[in-house]
Ligand binder design. Structure first.
Ligand code: PLP
Length: 418
């Protein structure tokens, strides 16, 4: 089946009520048949519902659907994109290990990797997304993961999948790709050799700016790498499950351990209601991405010809530094673009004058949004980190919605000229 059909039907088996829409199972717990049944569930001898922190039938439909759309073998939904990224790293590392991260990442992923993980004895090393060959030099025996974004937020660099996956595969390192901005409708990292995909589902997957959620998707290829000596936690008995060995018991060891150990103990579980909103969101993902991308390209062309704009970044502008990679890997450019005004003051004034674009710290809503990263999303970074992330004081990020593009261009034009 093609993506737009999968997004509407996959993973939902109707119960006797035959509801067209997936039911919302708002229940914390589930009744067992008897104590033997409960024991079999707890011992992982039988699949079934135990407690919503570990799994929920509504959430399961979302998980199956996003796994199918990303061409993965399984998925885990989490309470936020940040918890999905944290779990995907925490699943692989222990004290003394390191992860290699792209120098162009969402600000929260940078602080997680360089500040919070440091407190657990895990080091983060940067690689230049424009020069992924340097991964060869950075990988050592304690490297457990390479984290990058398919389209970086907000710098919009498109990753060179061929080089990243070739080096990582040669050295047996798990790759984690944040596919939040591109979405599986435009690009499927797993088809390009990536092991684990993560999303902030709060963004395009939900689409309407209603939900905070995240997900992790496992590829078929991950299991082979997890058999390596680098990842003993997948090949040695887990005492908390009477000696369970993830790689022996499961075809989806990465998701199984994320659910059974990390979700169990850290507990960043998604609400079934939010999972249901994500199911609704996925139904229209393909239509929205086409419209977001069309509007954004028209706006990028308009801004490129405006005298007050120093530089526009949008992967599908044919003079953009990412154009060749965008052509190679992406079906659509998404709705995110950025451009530079000459100063902090000019950026501030421009934002104040906008009427349709709203000043909001979010992206990927159906409604258009403007952000000034230096004063908001990336404010916690120091000057050097800001420079590394490609953020100047006059940088403006637009998340172009699905309104009429003529109205949006008029709004931008008036704010730039006033
Ligand atoms: N990854 C990317 C690319 C993001 O843009 C964001 C949030 O903006 C996140 C992860 C974090 O997601 P969440 O806000 O759902 O925790």
């Amino acid at each position: 089946m093609k993506d737009s059909t999968l997004a509407l039907h996959y993973g939902y088996e109707k119960d006797k009520e035959k509801t067209m829409q997936v039911p919302i199972y708002m229940s914390s717990a589930y009744e067992y048949q008897d104590t033997d049944h409960a024991a079999r569930l707890f011992n992982l001898q039988e699949e079934g519902n135990i407690y919503t922190r570990i799994g929920n039938p509504t959430t399961r439909v979302f998980e199956k659907r996003i796994a199918a759309l990303e061409n993965g073998i399984d998925a885990l939904a989490t309470a936020s994109g940040m918890s999905a990224i944290f779990y995907s790293i925490a699943n692989l590392v222990k004290n003394g290990d390191n992860v290699i991260i792209s120098n162009k990442l969402y600000g929260g992923s940078i602080t997680l990797s360089t500040q919070t993980l440091k407190q657990f004895g895990i080091k983060a090393k940067y690689f230049d997304i424009k020069n992924p060959e340097m991964l060869e030099e950075l990988i050592d025996e304690n490297t457990k993961a390479i984290l990058f974004e398919s389209i970086a937020n907000p710098a919009l660099n498109v990753a060179d999948f061929e080089i990243i996956s070739e080096i990582a595969n040669k050295r047996g390192i798990i790759t984690i790709c944040d596919n939040t901005i591109a979405t599986p409708y435009s690009l499927k990292p797993i088809n390009l050799g990536i092991d684990i995909v993560v999303h902030s589902a709060s963004k395009y997957l939900s689409g309407n700016g209603t939900v905070i959620g995240g997900c992790i998707i496992e590829s078929k290829s991950a299991k082979e790498k997890l058999k390596g000596d680098r990842y003993p936690q997948f090949n040695k008995p887990d005492d908390s499950y009477h000696g369970l060995i993830y790689n022996e018991k499961f075809d989806n060891p990465f998701i199984a351990r994320s659910r059974l150990a990390l979700l169990r103990d850290y507990g960043a579980v998604i609400s079934p209601f939010n999972s249901w909103l994500l199911i609704l969101g996925l139904e229209t993902l393909h239509l929205r991405i086409e419209r977001h991308s069309y509007n954004a390209l028209e706006i990028a062309k308009f801004l490129s010809s405006h005298k007050k704009v120093k530089k526009v970044s949008y992967p599908f502008l044919n003079n953009d530094e990412n154009y060749n990679l965008a052509k190679k890997y992406l079906k659509y450019g998404s709705g995110i673009l950025s451009f530079e005004l000459s100063s902090y003051e000019e950026a501030k004034n421009f934002v104040k004058k906008l009427k349709i674009f709203k000043l909001v710290t979010n992206i990927a809503d159906t409604k258009s949004i403007v952000t000034h990263p230096a004063s908001t999303t990336h404010q916690q970074l120091n000057k050097e980190e800001l420079k590394n992330a490609g953020i100047s004081e006059g940088l403006i990020r637009l998340s172009v919605g699905i309104e009429d593009v003529e109205d949006l261009i008029k709004d931008l034009d008036e704010a730039l000229n006033s």
